[in-house]
Design a protein around this ligand. Structure first.
Ligand code: CA
Length: 616
């Protein structure tokens, strides 16, 4: 536990203590005139817990300092008033008459235009894993002193993709109509090779970009470059766990910094039990305190020093890098009061910002529970989280076209996706997707049926919410005979690596089919940017009949009609049935084919097709 130290320390005698050795200072620097006034500094070094700090800097007060179970840590809390100017603060550490002064920089805040923009339903998000997208710098594939080297022979291991690789292909992403990029985590994951931490979710240093991806400076430069292209960046963070090679694990600050694996074992992964009025304490404990896997120690966010550290780490990255949003991993596994505090404090500091929490649960009520102010469960809990990952959308949509039409099956499943939206505080902020880095690719999931794939892509881009496209989907990527696991759905982009036999990043490197799908995705993505109905419209839908689901998105003077016909054959669309919308219109232009439809009377919807008609 932490221990508050007296601020006034009188030394009665002097011994030959060595000068304080400071191995780490987290955060490495801070800024003046920040939207939060408190600053926690974690100092780490041999016996630093024995030292007492003092400071003399205009506008800055040392409020408190804590020694902890390990004598090698000292936690300092400062109040940085709005009057404090940028400069170098001198922090003096004293022990038995020995003093050492360390410099701590308060930087000038960066006033670059375009920082911290947030994201919403006007966005189309491209999700990628930096290790798997493109290798722009083969020199950083293997870094001396880091535990895992790149291994192109083994698809379950690190491939060498990096920040430069993304930088090299921003135009490719933008040309798809994407407006935002979500990268899986870029934190240092210096884990042993057997584990395979290329995915980034086993952080070993929360203040450092993994050097196999690049440097902190390169990450910041990438975000600037993305902003210059008119797109935004969503950063992936993890507060539930760290990698077991995190430097803390060699010398934990406190005994309760992580939950005890011997006591709690592995988590039950069932975020669905939050909000459950009947749930046992044992199951709740197992969810919250069990480890995600043995290699990922479970952080105890009820330790206040750790909670403050994590929240401040988030604010540091937002300020440092200019990111526009966060995707918080495993949102349902940490203590929910901590996650609520985190979201609230981050959004109070950066009101334009947005956060989506990974809420992989079963059922709409459980999903909606994690969105702020959700109306469904009256237990007093407010997550303050704007966006949830709408797994109910994903799971229903993935299966809908693999089933025959019925009362609850086929396209009726798509109807149900929206039918229960009253459970959400704001379903327009739900992040929607067909697949991601933890699921089979959608093309594979629909049995490599191109018609189904195209139907769902158009559905994704016209449904309410914030659509996310998993990299490679724009090429209709499948698992390429690599099996039904991570190595199947996380493969590298051909052309991203020196020596690849072709490059999908150029038209002449793509197959004819890939060009066809790329053009399809690009046209729809760019169209979506111009469509207020698709981005902001209210939804009006009709019960599916005979394998046909029809919904409208309506926004001021623009209305789109989306018709999903899952039958092999064409079906007649009865204009009279949809007259409450159609009576104001005479024709519709299909956004993919530019074909005109006369919607004033009955018309034919082709089989296994989604039509998106702009009505006029
Ligand atoms: Ca590389």
């Amino acid at each position: 536990m932490k221990k508050l130290l007296s601020l006034v320390l009188i030394s009665f005698f002097t011994v030959t203590a060595a000068t304080a050795q400071v191995d780490r200072i987290d955060p490495p620097f801070w800024w003046a005139e920040m939207p939060v006034q408190e600053l926690q500094i974690q100092l780490y070094g041999d016996e630093l817990g024995l030292y007492r700090a003092s400071i003399d800097y205009p506008g800055v007060i040392l409020k408190s300092q804590y020694a902890v179970d390990s004598e090698n840590y000292l936690f300092l809390y400062f109040d940085i008033s709005p009057k404090a100017k940028p400069g170098t603060m001198k922090i003096t550490l004293t022990h038995h008459g020995k003093a050492r002064t360390i410099d701590y920089e308060l930087k000038q805040r960066d006033s670059r235009v375009g920082k911290n923009q947030g994201f919403d339903s006007s966005d189309l998000v491209y999700l990628m894993m930096p290790d798997r997208f493109a290798n722009g710098n083969p020199d950083n594939d293997t870094i001396e002193g880091m535990l895992e080297a790149a291994n192109r022979q083994d698809p379950t291991k690190r491939q060498g993709g990096d920040i430069q690789g993304v930088m090299d292909h921003l135009d490719y992403i933008k040309d798809l109509g994407m407006t935002a990029i979500w990268f899986t985590p870029i934190f240092e994951n210096d884990m042993y090779p057997e584990y395979g931490a290329y995915h980034g979710y086993a952080a070993t240093d929360l203040y450092k970009v993994d050097r196999r991806f690049g440097s902190n400076e390169e990450y910041k430069a990438l975000i600037d470059a993305v902003h210059d292209k008119g797109m935004t960046v969503i950063m992936d963070m993890i507060h539930n766990h760290i990698g077991d090679q995190h430097w803390w694990m060699k010398d934990l600050p406190t005994k309760d910094w992580v939950h005890d694996f011997e006591t709690y074992g592995q988590t039950n992964y069932r975020g669905v039990i939050a909000g459950d009025p009947y749930i046992s304490k044992a199951d709740k404990d197992r969810l919250l305190k069990g480890w995600f896997v043995k290699e990922m120690p479970d952080l105890n966010q009820h330790n206040e020093l750790l909670a403050d550290y994590l929240i401040q780490n988030t604010i540091w990255w937002i300020e440092y890098s200019g990111i526009d949003g966060i995707r918080m991993d495993t949102y349902v596994f940490p203590y929910e009061d901590y996650m609520a505090r985190w979201a609230k404090e981050v959004l109070e500091a950066y009101p334009e910002f947005n956060i989506v929490g990974e809420s992989w649960v079963e059922g709409v009520i459980a999903e909606a529970y994690w969105q702020y102010d959700e109306p469904g469960v009256d237990d007093g809990y407010n997550s303050h989280l704007p966006s949830v990952t709408d797994f109910q959308f994903a799971l229903s949509t993935r299966d809908a076209l693999n089933e025959n039409f019925g009362w609850n099956t086929g396209v009726t499943k798509l109807f149900y996706v929206f039918n229960q939206d009253a459970a959400y505080a704001d379903p327009m902020l739900n992040v929607i997707f067909l697949d991601n880095h933890d699921m089979s690719r959608i093309f594979e999931h629909v049995g490599k049926d191109e018609a189904k794939f195209r139907m769902l892509y158009k559905f994704l881009l016209t449904a309410r919410g914030i659509p996310v496209v998993y990299y490679g989907t724009e090429l209709m990527m499948g698992h390429e005979n690599r099996g039904g696991d991570d190595e199947g759905w996380r493969q590298t982009m051909p052309g991203g690596w020196p020596g690849d036999s072709r490059s999908v990043f150029s038209r002449n490197g793509r197959t004819d089919k890939e060009n066809e799908i790329y053009d399809f995705a690009s046209k729809l993505g760019k169209w979506r940017q111009t469509s207020d109905a698709a981005r902001f419209g209210t939804t009006l839908h009709f019960l599916p009949e005979d394998g046909v689901y029809v919904f409208f998105r309506i926004h001021d003077n623009q209305t789109i009609m989306v018709i999903m016909n899952q039958n092999d054959d064409a079906k007649t669309i009865n204009a009279h049935r949809y007259r409450e919308v159609l009576e104001s219109f005479t024709s519709g232009t299909e956004v993919e084919t530019d074909k005109k439809f006369n919607v004033g009377s009955d018309f034919q919807a082709p089989g296994k097709t989604t039509l998106v008609l702009e009505l006029d």
